[in-house]
Design a protein around this ligand. Structure first.
Ligand code: AMP
Length: 283
């Protein structure tokens, strides 16, 4: 497997692949790969001839008080894992390669970026869309795979692709979880042993919401307060938000209607580790 670190070289390789008629699939990541990432690589492999995994901890999507410096990094391990899942090329640029001096252009999706994560991380999605637009121009893919784990991000990327006419098919892959339900995340390594146990409360609260809905509860306020109660039973947990929204507009919904689908999304800090999770529920 090839590791490419330079933009020009990556673009040349992508051009050559396209000239040979190869379908290129890209999986953008920040590295420290886990089964969630590998599932995306496997899906990309099924749908394309050549899979490029990008590994770049993007400073632009971290606020100054966030975990950019301590974000886990291990390229050697990532190379082995990516290869085992069928990845052909890793694109792993430096920060200077992606953001040379005098970088002045940003991509910003409106409205969808202001709610949920956007309320707590106001500059985050501008960083995400800017780097993903650049990665699309660098790897020149036909398809790109993102995870439902970051449901809002996937929706925003789809919006950007539509609005800016990127000729790329966006595939959204299901959330991969640990055996106790915790959604896999590179950030799970920050959790202490007891925090790791408490962290399962995110999934448990989503399961509780699903159960309440199955038992015919239709009032979002009631569902959310029961989720809150469960989460607050863990001493290390602090809720940033719990929301029940339309999965296409991210607008909050007060009363759930038959035949519709809803996204239940939450962000909870377990100690100093901020975790997100979500589920899609069809009524
Ligand atoms: P990250 O490295 O955290 O930026 O994630 C890179 C991609 O992997 C994003 O599209 C995420 O949504 C996706 N991803 C992260 N964790 C999971 C998971 N547990 N299941 C499925 N996809 C995931």
């Amino acid at each position: 497997m090839r590791v490419i670190t330079k933009v020009k070289e990556m673009q040349k390789v992508a051009d050559e692949l396209r000239k040979e008629g190869k379908i290129i699939g890209v999986v953008p990541t920040m590295g420290y790969l886990h089964e969630g990432h590998l599932s995306l690589i496997r899906i990309a492999k099924e749908k394309s001839d050549v899979v490029i995994t990008t590994i770049f901890v993007n400073p632009l999507q971290f606020a100054p008080n966030e975990d950019y410096d301590k974000y886990p990094r291990d390229l050697e391990r990532d190379v082995k894992l990516a290869q085992s899942a069928g990845c052909d090329i890793i694109f792993h640029p430096s920060v200077e390669e992606m953001y040379p001096e005098n970088f002045l252009t940003y991509v910003e999706v409106e409205k969808l970026t202001k709610v949920l994560e956007g309320e707590f991380r106001p500059t985050h999605f501008r960083g995400v869309t800017t780097v993903v637009a650049k990665l699309f121009n660098i790897t020149k893919p036909h398809i790109a795979v993102f995870g439902q784990k970051d449901a809002q991000q996937a929706l925003i990327i789809k919006q950007m692709v539509r609005d800016l006419n990127f000729d790329i098919e966006i595939i959204v892959a299901p959330i991969v979880r640990e055996s106790d339900g915790l959604a896999m995340s590179s950030r799970n390594v920050y959790l202490s042993e007891s925090e790791r146990k408490d962290a399962t409360v995110l999934y448990q609260s989503l399961k509780l919401a699903e159960k309440l809905i199955e038992e015919s509860e239709r009032n979002s306020g009631v569902i959310i307060s029961k989720m809150e109660e469960l989460i607050k039973s863990k001493p290390t947990a602090k809720i940033d938000y719990i929301a029940i929204v339309d999965p296409n507009t991210l607008e909050k919904v007060e009363n759930l209607s038959e035949g519709k689908e809803y996204l239940i999304a939450l962000a909870v800090r377990i100690g100093s580790t901020r975790l997100i999770d979500n589920t899609l529920v069809k009524i």
